[in-house]
Design a protein around this ligand. Structure first.
Ligand SMILES: Nc1ncnc2c1ncn2[C@@H]1O[C@H](COP(=O)(O)OP(=O)(O)OP(=O)(O)O)[C@@H](O)[C@H]1O
Length: 603
């Protein structure tokens, strides 16, 4: 890509990064420009002040230029009196510049680290507010890489671009000072450093970009071993594949280490070349000056050149390092901006319900068809159904018939490819947050927070706002009283990853209590009684019967006892409704369903 296009893209992407963090690019640019100009000016003054000081030291005369003004102001032209004063001014300028440089760096670091944190958080927010179907098609390892590694890479580019701008201004200012003091010295310096800096950077550019890609690819690879190894700990242990995961992780980390080493050496190499350039410049300049000027003037010019070099060499090193960071970090910036664009295009869920918006009445599905984005044919088709309010409807069917998909559609998590799903005559997608407010959902696998049992039941409600009376009530309804009584700290017991381990059945009952805590109008159970033993399942079935009539209950279940008492049974086969009606009606009219019951698959 041509340099202009590359720079334009970089500018645009950095603008996007700042936008993602909610920062105002204008105030950012203004701050950087003002700070950089102030620093460059002070640098120039400090270095330029070396000329009169050296002139004073070498010639002892203060009768021209700024020295004449100082000597008039102080009323003395004695070098013994003037030298400490001029030296003091030079030192003061350097000290002031250093303090300002430190303050400027503090400001920049504050802004940049904040932008890194905000961009990463915003990306995380966009991921978790993305449409459900999009989320299901994403790879977790890529999410981890975007919100951590790639955001960090992008912010390092932002910091490097700022440093590059500031350092370039300083270098230009120093070049101006040298050019004013001696144009021929500037010419020699420009030729030597120009050849070195541009030549080296040309050679390194592609290599640095490749290293950036390697860093990013190996970061993804390491997440791809770490995450499944933790999520699939049991499977890894039982299949003796834990070491294979650890080996894969190690390989990825070594790739990162190798790339890091290459990057460090490539960023460092220009420094040594610049030092060689400095020595060459001193020799070249001394040769030119000795041939053209007096020894006193040679000394003055060399002193200015030395002071400029003291400042310029580390600055040039930083320029080389900044260029390396920009090129290697470009991959991260690409990932962050492309991901943010893609997430934005997908749309973000708004969790705030519209005021005065509420759903009530029967749920009706009209000619619903659904196809997963990456599938070539629909998994559900021609689904028309009336789910009566305050009645219990059970969905049954063989594995893969489409029960969970249908439930996700009714929940509003998935949107029909065609057809409509309405409650009380209004599409559930019209105001999803308000629709969700009606629902209490018990999933197959209940997710536990690392928190107290009470917090797990009230899920998402801040500790201080938890209604303990309601928690106690739903604990009784979900048959959890015995479990709570056995816990060391009752409701305050920590559960989840690092807390008390709970059985599958206990987790499912917590799931039921959690769903009921929300006082739902619609209770949805997705295979929610699968992990319960017969006795508990019987008790839960009794609970559900007691709730029957007071709320709409939707159940996907394999157990005969759970679905037998449903008011309506919907039998699904190959993505279509085969039969609906009471349990006995469906058994009598659908030979397939009758066979399932007979074979004990619904048992
Ligand atoms: N994300 C997806 N992309 C493509 N196809 C999918 C996706 N999720 C599920 N399917 C397919 O959709 C069909 C219905 O799946 P679904 O999970 O709804 O069935 P189910 O009746 O709930 O099955 P089970 O009782 O085994 O849980 C299956 O053929 C499944 O392979």
């Amino acid at each position: 890509m041509a340099r202009e296009a590359r720079n334009a893209r970089l500018r645009q992407q950095l603008g996007q990064l700042l936008g993602l963090a909610g920062a105002n690019p204008r105030s950012w640019i203004l701050g950087v420009v003002i700070g950089s100009i102030a620093l460059a000016l002070l640098d120039t003054l400090g270095v330029a002040a070396m000329a009169p000081l050296m002139q004073l030291i070498t010639t002892g005369s203060a009768d021209s230029g700024i020295l004449a003004d100082i000597s008039t102001l102080l009323g003395t032209s004695s070098p013994q009196a003037l030298i400490p004063i001029v030296a003091g001014i030079v030192a003061g300028l350097f000290i002031l510049k250093s303090v300002l440089a430190l303050l400027f760096r503090w400001w920049i670091l504050g802004r940049t680290t904040r932008i890194s944190a905000l961009a990463s958080s915003q990306l995380m927010r966009m991921y978790i507010l993305a449409p459900y179907a999009d989320h299901r098609s994403r790879r977790t390892s890529e999410i981890y890489r975007s919100v951590s590694d790639s955001t960090a890479q992008s912010t390092s580019v932002l910091l490097a671009v700022t440093a590059l701008f500031t350092d370039s201004l300083v270098l230009i200012a120093l070049a101006v000072v040298i050019a004013v003091v001696s144009p021929s010295v500037m010419l020699v310096t420009a030729v030597i450093f120009g050849v070195l800096v541009f030549g080296v950077q040309r050679m390194l550019r592609n290599r640095q970009s490749r290293i950036g890609e390697e860093v990013s690819a190996s970061a993804l690879q390491s997440w791809q071993y770490l995450l499944p190894a933790l999520d699939g700990f049991r499977e890894a242990r039982l299949t003796s594949s834990a070491n294979a995961f650890a080996d894969g992780y190690q390989k990825a980390k070594l790739r990162t280490a190798h790339a890091g080493r290459q990057l460090a050496i490539i960023s460092d190499a220009p420094r040594y070349l610049l030092e060689i350039g400095f020595v060459l410049a001193i020799i070249g300049i001394s040769a030119v000056l000795t041939a053209t000027t007096s020894p006193a003037e040679t000394l003055t010019i060399l002193a200015v050149f030395g002071a400029a070099s003291v400042r310029a060499l580390p600055t040039m090193n930083r320029v080389a390092a900044s260029l390396a960071t920009i090129r290697t970090g470009q991959v991260g910036l690409d990932i962050v901006t492309n991901t943010a664009d893609e997430l934005r295009r997908g749309g973000m869920h708004d969790e705030t319900p519209r005021p005065d918006s509420r759903y009530a009445g029967d749920i009706t599905l009209h000619e619903v068809e659904f196809r997963y984005p990456d599938a070539d044919r629909p998994v559900l088709g021609g689904i028309s159904l009336d789910i009566a309010e305050n009645r219990t409807t059970a969905f049954v069917g063989s594995s893969g018939a489409g029960k969970s998909t249908l439930l996700d559609l009714v929940l509003g998590l998935l949107e029909p490819t065609s057809g409509s799903i309405e409650c009380g005559g209004r599409s559930v997608h019209d105001d999803l947050p308000s629709w969700f407010a009606n629902l209490g959902v018990v999933p197959q696998d209940v997710f536990l927070l690392n928190d107290t049992l009470a917090a797990n039941i009230a899920f998402g409600v801040p500790e201080a706002d938890i209604d303990l009376a309601r928690v106690a009530e739903v604990i009784t309804t979900a048959q959890l009283d015995g479990v709570v009584a056995d816990l060391p700290q009752g409701l305050r017991t920590e559960v989840g990853e690092r807390g008390v381990r709970l059985s599958g059945g206990q987790r499912q009952r917590i799931g039921l209590a959690r769903a009921l805590y929300r006082q739902p109008r619609i209770l949805v159970l997705d295979e929610a009684t699968s992990a319960l033993d017969n006795a508990t399942e019987h008790e839960i079935a009794t609970t559900l019967r007691s709730l029957q009539g007071s709320m709409t209950i939707l159940i996907v279940a394999h157990r005969l006892s759970t679905v037998r008492n449903a008011d309506t049974l919907v039998y699904l086969k190959d993505g279509r409704i085969e039969e609906t009606g009471t349990f006995e009606h469906v058994r009598a009219t659908s030979p397939d369903f009758a066979r399932l019951v007979q074979l004990g698959e619904l048992n």
